[in-house]
Design a protein around this ligand. Sequence first.
Ligand code: AMP
Ligand code: ZN
Length: 482
Amino acid sequence: MTDAPLKLFNSLTRELETFTPVHPGEARVYTCGPTVYNYPHIGNMRAYVFADILGRTLSHKGLKLTHVINITDVGHLTDDADEGEDKMEKMAAEKAQSIWDIARHYTEAYWEDVKALNIRQPAKWSVATDYIEEMLEFATSIADKHCYELASGLYFDVSTIEDYGRLARAVTEEGEGRIDTVEGKRNAADFAIWRKTPPGEKRQMEWDSPWGPGAPGWHLECSVMGEKLLGFPFDIHTGGIDHREIHHPNEIAQNQAFCGCGGLETPRNSGANIWMHNNFLVERSGKMSKSSGEFLRLQLVIDKGYHPLAYRMMCLQAHYRSELEFSWEGLEAALTRLKRIVMAVGRLSDAPSGGAIDHPKFAPALEKFEAAISDDLNTPIALTALEDALATKKVDQGIKRAVVEHMDMVLGLNLFGLSREDLRLRPVNAQISENEIEDALERRKAARADKDFATSDAIRDELAAKGVEVMDGDPLGWEWKL
Ligand code: AMP
Ligand code: ZN
């Protein structure tokens, strides 16, 4: 491990804790993945940029990382508690397609976003429907002591374990504030771990079980895949902050039941030593949504001409535990910052890579970087350390290059893979090609050299009519902007 001890905020204890691996030299991380009933919005993708920074930091600290991200293709209802329809079934009905086709399509779309944001591939993408047998075993093993059967399913009785809802803090055994319509539940916070198919119906996705044909509950899926793939207790469980309220308290309750563990004064009884949650990306008008307003998909960002890594930059400029407000102006500012960094990196591209990075000139920037990233993944400060390194004067360019590479392994901005041109604003609906713009600018340059300002102005106006702004004297050296 590198010097500074890694401190992470544990939502379970609400404290910063020094990371101590369960298995020496290793880090095992489980991230709640997307429900593949629709495209992810960029808020969802913030959760995976955060998990990626966490994974990269653990690798940077010299730990052997095993990261699992699941794909939820069954069981997530339109309400996180036990209300509503299965999101997958609902979308399949709307689109008149099979659930399997819906799942395949949106899983692939999600993976494209993962790639575009330079999120590293986890050790495993675990698909919920591949683990039905294991879910049945898990449910069977806790059913007698912790569950009861109703007409609609097998329910978990939250009063059978200690400290239910500690993660959420606000929730009590009675499930304070939850509106409940399932008749016969012992406590309002009880939840279905298996949902029975109503008699006389046949679902597209259903499996036999000791409680009749049906489908697993969403919370059961994550408990089972975490246990099977990483073993209890594993190191870190991540998700968005909404999961702190229902999904993760329910996962924890099942985990406690499964391992026969006691209360949560001992965090590992929850199944993981540390639970981490990223805050939301919000729009000025409120919560980000897939159904109302502009559907903020990463593809929309790309269509408007922004390189997707500008969005990654935007995420890194905020601490993961802070709410981040999305705006197009904010995205443009993040793009400009990325452009400046990429231009400075471009000047290093001829330098041979490598060399020892522990040169005294870079020590302050490297120390700042290490302290920042070790302080609960403080990427906003780590970014300034990167800029400090790039601004260091009178130094060997090869060493500078190695320092920037070292930092970018954690930040994942792909700085040596990006060129200035990649970062041009390029809306898909532009009315003019880049070659035409470059040609016009050449002609304009020639006219100006001949002091033919009438022609030069005419060319400028022609370009303006096609949405191209000519940028004479731009400090970043950009000649035009669409
Ligand atoms: P879902 O596909 O709905 O299960 O969500 C995928 C992930 O995105 C989960 O970890 C959510 O907690 C997270 N999430 C949902 N909305 C947002 C948002 N606006 N900002 C950040 N994370 C979010
Ligand atoms: Zn989950």
